[in-house]
Design a protein around this ligand. Structure first.
Ligand code: PHE
Length: 454
């Protein structure tokens, strides 16, 4: 019976289109902005290792689970979960998981858009030659001028949300496929180029040592939680984004193979970003734990010094903005499809409504870098708090629920049928990871982070 279900929003044109869209969702600020700065704050190597382990043992199996649920349900995440739960003889309350996803999407996009606004404004900084021949001090002044100005941040945040609403209103499939096909490889090439620069001009040995040689004495339980949360964040898991993209996936595409490609591309981009940034950090005597401004305070030094740096910098920030934009679209898509399917709104109206709610919530994050900088809860600004709550708590909780649903509630025959892997050893491995390893890992990390396990 589920063979006949189709999404009212249409389908991807094929396997490649899905890989591109899912990569567009996964690769974003998380890889280039967030990964390097949290790796820097949490001591480097050991953190990176935990993150990689989480990608392999938790992220990949849960990504497969999320795609298979999406394709089987073919509706917005709330209805997909409720329908599939009913089919498996479980409570429709599983639809709550979809709700948490919609909420997490709003919350993440609200601050994501503010940071994406930084990238947009840096397109103009780069074009104006502002980075030419500046040193670390000059570059950091440009960053604090920007974040110190509430009106600038609001302007860029508004522009970015507007750009997101326009594409979402038109339907994600047509434009997204074509754009990601060119811009993702472009971003990759520029990152490789920057790693080349870091090798030649930066302190490459120290950068690599920082990223890849684990010192476990620097690893706190909170750092482990952050590494795990980031594995969910960077792969866009735990909130229905990948589920909704899975709901547009044609029947005959292999979920396992596509998942590997997306996870590989995502991890490669994050590691390349780290390898480009840290050698510059050490060569210029900067602080690896400089926080959210890290990328914006390091790479411009390289753009200022390398030949052709104005063009390279310009292209880099255009592509970074684009990567952020293709992720934002997927952050808001679950809410928009829910509004369309449930409230009978047109796509256009649904996008405007969802976009405006997100925009309003984002004001809190924009102001937390300036006017509201002193208002803190649990020692965190509004921006930090929303980031912590979504990435480290809501996404892993969503992922845990997805793992429990596919591993324990759903019958083996259902998941096996959807994955089309037959009785193979790889199916057994996936089932074991999603049934035991992923859920227990998430639970153990949660418990140790709140101090229940020492
Ligand atoms: N994966 C995106 C990034 O790394 C962020 C994201 C999270 C997108 C959750 C969708 C859902 O930037």
């Amino acid at each position: 019976m589920n063979e006949k279900r189709t999404s009212i929003h249409g389908q991807w044109s094929g396997r490649l289109a899905f890989i591109l869209a899912a990569t567009g969702s996964a690769v974003g600020l998380g890889n280039i902005w967030k990964f390097p700065y949290i790796a820097g704050e949490n001591g480097g190597g050991a953190f990176v290792l935990v993150y990689l382990i989480c990608i392999a043992l938790i992220g990949v199996p849960i990504m497969m689970a999320e795609i298979l649920l999406g394709r089987r349900g073919r509706q917005n995440p709330v209805h997909t979960m409720a329908t599939l739960a009913e089919e498996e003889g479980a409570s429709k309350a599983w639809g709550l998981l979809g709700w948490m996803g919609v909420l997490a999407g709003f919350m993440i996009l609200s601050y994501y858009s503010v940071v994406a606004g930084w990238a947009l404004s840096y397109i103009f900084e780069a074009a104006s030659g502002a980075f030419s021949n500046t040193d670390a001090k000059g570059v950091s002044a440009i960053f604090s001028d920007l974040t110190g100005s509430a009106s600038s941040l609001m302007l860029w945040h508004t522009l970015f949300m507007f750009m997101t609403m326009i594409v979402v209103a038109q339907g994600v499939k047509s434009g997204l496929e074509r754009a990601v096909k060119w811009l993702m490889p472009g971003l990759f090439v520029i990152l490789v180029l920057l790693v080349g620069y870091a090798m030649a001009e930066g302190n490459f040995a120290q950068g690599i040592h920082f990223l890849f040689s684990p010192d476990f004495s620097k690893l706190s339980t909170d750092a482990i939680l952050i590494a795990m949360g980031h594995a969910f964040f960077t792969l866009s898991l735990g909130m229905g984004a990948i589920m909704i993209y899975g709901s547009y996936l044609p029947e005959n595409v292999s979920i396992a193979r596509t998942t590997f490609m997306v996870a590989l591309a995502d991890t490669a981009v994050a590691l390349l970003a780290g390898m480009a940034i840290f050698p510059i950090v050490f060569a210029n005597g900067l602080e690896p734990g400089a926080g959210p401004g890290l990328v914006f305070q390091t790479l411009p030094i390289a753009f200022g010094q390398m030949p052709g740096g104005v063009i390279v910098g310009l292209l880099f920030f255009i592509m970074l903005s684009f990567a952020a934009w293709s992720s934002s679209i997927s952050l808001i898509e679950p809410a928009v499809t829910w509004l369309v399917e449930n409230k009978n709104l047109t796509r256009g109206r649904a996008s405007i409504l969802a976009g405006m709610v997100t925009w309003a919530l984002g004001i809190g994050s924009a102001l937390s870098f300036n006017l509201w900088g002193d208002y803190k809860l649990l020692d965190k600004t509004f921006f930090d708090l929303i980031d912590y709550l979504t990435a480290n708590i809501m996404l892993p909780l969503g992922g845990l629920a997805i793992a429990i649903f596919t591993g324990w509630v759903m019958h083996r025959s259902s998941s096996r049928g959807e994955l089309q892997m037959g009785e193979s050893a790889s199916f057994e491995l996936w089932h074991f990871l999603v049934r035991f390893v992923a859920p227990f890992a998430v639970i153990i990390v949660f418990f140790s982070a709140i101090g229940l396990i020492k």
